[in-house]
Ligand binder design. Structure first.
Ligand code: PMT
Length: 402
């Protein structure tokens, strides 16, 4: 199993002798399925060449904050948003001190400040530098801000000393990174998630659908599985691989989706991320419709309402904790709050699909979650994987309180 399948890791390489291990680390992360982008400090470049890390990661290495060419391609904000996790290995005493102070005087420290993703450090330094009260105070400060520390380990050091300060080995670090995504928050729970569009047939060759790619729903399924849940993912037609440990059920129409969801019940939590067609043609023509001269240039299709899957499941006696999505192009929060009430939901995720960078088929999303008390919690723009993990953690908390 590739525990880091499709995870986006920004690897920061600081200026210490352990930087030579970063080459192996890139390979291990990629072996576990991760996509890796490398950011090097000036010091890191003294120990290992960017070319080595470019060849191993398969992508140009990011070096300078004030590089117009780099900023035009993937600048510090894009890198910060792209990351599912930022790992700094090796993290020198100087880097730890700068991060503890919130200094942003190079590309790597700026990415750390700009990211919403978890940040982890693999300290590597001489044992006396590690033991120094200044470094220990920085360590405490970083931990108190939620930054994770992997290691350091103990043993013989490049300088000849023996003690704490060795960077962990590449495989240990890759496993520690994978563990960050496994929260166990939903262990023992069954989550039912809908994703993708539905297709409503007009005739044997035509149908009505929408632009949903399934990316948001699939990211939620992956995050829920990582949180330890048993996940049933009911999806309309999409071109996405099934996340590990997820039971996938493929459907076509809204009525198929409802039937599959009802068959998958009971569940503890329902997350409805699918973009379900509200209407379908009343009659599906048995043969391909031909141009009919008697109707002139027009074609009239009589449409009928589809069942509302979310409202139907929220109305059952074995009702799960219900989370809906609201894709809107105007009056986002008002319309979302109305759907929360009308469909009897616990939470609704408001999704502004007028903005193409965070809507249908985009890589990123940015959402607001509204609860029954009309409280709004905002999740800023980040990859759909990152948003999904944040939403699953939020939903798990609210579910436990309910
Ligand atoms: O798939 P992607 O390309 O990644 O895009 C993600 C997304 C934009 C599709 C997703 O984030 C999203 O917002 N999904 C809901 C889209 C939508 O059509 O919402 P709605 O406002 O029509 O429906 C409100 C809620 O009721 C949704 O949870 C929907 O799944 C559910 N619904 C709607 C109609 C219906 N007949 N049955 C339902 O269950």
């Amino acid at each position: 199993m590739q525990r880091l399948y499709r995870k986006r890791i920004v690897l920061g390489v600081g200026g210490g002798i352990a930087a030579y291990k970063s080459a192996e680390l890139v390979r291990r992360l990629r072996d576990h399925g991760a996509e890796v982008r490398v950011v090097m400090t000036q010091g890191g470049r003294e120990f290992i060449t960017p070319l080595t890390l470019q060849a191993l990661s398969g992508h140009p290495v990011h070096l300078d904050l004030l590089d117009p060419a780099a900023e035009a391609a993937m600048g510090h904000i894009e890198l910060a948003r792209w990351a599912d996790l930022v790992l700094i290995a090796p993290a020198t005493a100087d880097l730890m001190a700068r991060l503890a102070q919130g200094v942003a005087n190079d590309l790597l420290t700026t990415v750390v400040l700009a990211t919403n993703a978890p940040v982890a450090l693999a300290p590597a330094m001489n044992q006396a530098m590690w033991a120094d009260p200044a470094t220990q105070a920085n360590r405490e400060q970083l931990l108190s801000r939620g930054i994770r520390l992997f290691g350091p380990g103990s043993g013989s050091q490049a300088c000849g000393d023996i003690g704490m300060g060795r960077m962990l080995e590449a495989e240990e670090l890759a496993r520690a990174v994978a563990d960050c995504f496994e929260t166990g928050m939903l262990t023992g729970k069954h989550l039912l998630i809908t994703a993708g569009p539905t297709q409503e047939n007009i005739d044997p060759v035509r149908y009505i659908t929408n632009h949903s790619s399934g990316k948001m729903g699939f990211a939620l399924a992956e995050a829920a599985a990582e949180a330890g849940a048993r996940v049933t993912l009911v999806t309309g037609p999409v071109f996405l691989p099934t996340p590990d440990r997820v039971q996938r059920i493929d459907v076509v129409s809204a009525r198929d989706m409802l039937a599959a969801c009802e068959a998958a019940m009971p569940c503890d939590i329902l997350i409805a991320a699918a973009a379900v067609a509200d209407y379908r043609p009343e009659v599906v023509a048995p043969h391909k419709l031909k141009k009919d001269p008697s109707t002139g240039d027009g074609l009239l299709l009589q449409m009928v309402r589809n069942p509302d899957i979310l409202a139907t499941l929220a109305g059952r006696t074995d009702r799960p904790f219900c989370v809906g999505f609201a894709a809107e192009t105007e009056n986002l929060l008002e319309y979302a709050a109305r759907k929360l009430r009308d469909k009897n939901l616990d939470l609704i995720v408001a999704n502004d699909v007028a903005n193409p960078s965070i809507g249908f088929n985009s890589e990123d999303n940015a959402v607001s979650v509204i609860d029954r008390q009309q409280h709004e919690t905002r999740f800023g723009q980040a990859s759909k994987g990152h948003i999904a993990r944040a939403l699953v953690a939020f939903i798990a908390e609210r579910y436990k309180e309910s």
